[in-house]
Design a protein around this ligand. Structure first.
Ligand code: UDP
Ligand code: MG
Length: 327
């Protein structure tokens, strides 16, 4: 691994209310880096934590000049935190991992080794999902299938955010300015030579997950909507089909009235009317829901607001003053 010893490695971790895990995370990460790639910077992005995460990071910064803190003015979400880390990274190689120790830092050397064997981006893929409910496993599988079908971009359901990448990949990802962001999809979108390394995902070191079901559903919609207009096209096709059927039904009913004298044979009273109206309303409201999801994201995207506000950037390497220095 001599190759990595002389180039700068940036390690990025988003942190949101991680006061119980962050200390152990820094200790374990720094010990791996000291041993395998001592020329590093550790970028910790505090995503508006309300606990003592920032104070904890400050303690470690006093001992270690390689740690940089980027502190957000409030919680902007993990995708924004990860993007900020990438934008502020100086390294020729960048590693991204969670700060709750679910992504073991001991895997970093293996990711770098794989990268070294001729890849531009290496993702950590976990073998089994321990302790996850059946519902979570099945919905997650379903989402990845649907996302692949809709967007044409494949992301395996056992790949998280843990990955190592070269500067050209980082630059490509940072150049994607989407406000509606789903990082895994963006990594897939930019392409490059990619590989995976298998690992066993640990349980959280401490604290609780910040991803409840509503947040996961929003993220899933972000992923599909920002990379595919297929749902809208399906709606459009179905609308054409429904309107043709409705037109044919009108002609049929009128002809029956003229020639058979009544319409009772197909529109058998109240029941058939209710079925017809409800079917149409079900479809109509489902279409409206999908269209609303698109419109709300178009609104967010059209404002071109900054993804985050960094209230403070403190500490870290000063021998790489410009993020473009190594280029
Ligand atoms: N995180 C963040 N901002 C958020 C939510 C999460 O920066 O709004 C960070 C969090 O501190 C952790 C990582 O993103 O390092 C993954 O979050 P979490 O462990 O809650 O998600 P899970 O692993 O359960 O999917
Ligand atoms: Mg986690």
């Amino acid at each position: 691994m001599s190759f990595h010893k002389d180039i700068l490695l940036s390690v990025i971790a988003p942190c949101y209310n991680e006061e119980e895990a962050i200390g152990e995370f820094i200790n374990r990460t720094v010990s791996v880096l000291d041993e395998h790639c001592p020329n590093y910077e550790l970028l910790l992005v505090d995503d508006g934590s309300k606990d003592k995460t920032v104070e904890k990071i400050a303690e470690y910064q006093r001992k270690n000049p390689n740690i940089r803190l980027i502190r957000f003015s409030r919680n902007f979400g993990k995708e924004a935190a990860v993007t900020a880390g990438l934008e502020h990274s100086a390294g020729e190689i960048v590693v991204m991992l969670d700060s709750d120790l679910q992504d073991p830092p001991s895997l970093i050397p293996l990711l770098l080794e794989k990268l070294d064997s001729g890849y531009d981006i290496v993702s950590a893929q976990h073998t089994i999902r321990k302790k996850e409910t059946f519902l979570k496993k099945i919905t997650s599988k379903l989402f990845y299938r649907l996302a692949a079908h809709m967007t044409g971009l494949t992301i395996p359901d056992t790949v998280g955010d843990y990955r190592a990448m070269r500067r050209k990949v980082v630059d490509a990802v940072v150049s994607v300015k989407d406000n509606v962001r789903y990082m895994k999809m963006i990594y897939a979108y930019v392409g490059f030579r990619n590989a995976t390394v298998l690992y066993e995902r640990e349980p959280r070191f401490a604290g609780v997950t910040k991803y409840n079901y509503p947040r996961l559903i929003t993220a899933a919609l972000d992923a599909i909507i920002s990379f595919s207009d297929k749902p809208l096209r399906y709606i459009s096709l179905m609308c054409i089909g429904i309107s043709i059927s409705a037109f044919l039904l009108i002609i049929y009913v009128i002809l029956q009235k003229i020639f058979a004298g009544d319409t009772a044979s197909i529109a058998n009273g109240w029941t058939s009317l209710v079925v017809l109206i409800n079917t149409l309303f079900c479809l109509l409201f489902a279409f409206l829901a999908i269209i609303s999801e698109y419109i709300s994201r178009i609104l967010r995207e059209s404002k071109h607001r900054p993804l985050y506000f960094a209230e403070e950037i403190r500490g870290g390497r000063t021998d790489y003053p410009s993020i473009l220095k190594h280029k």
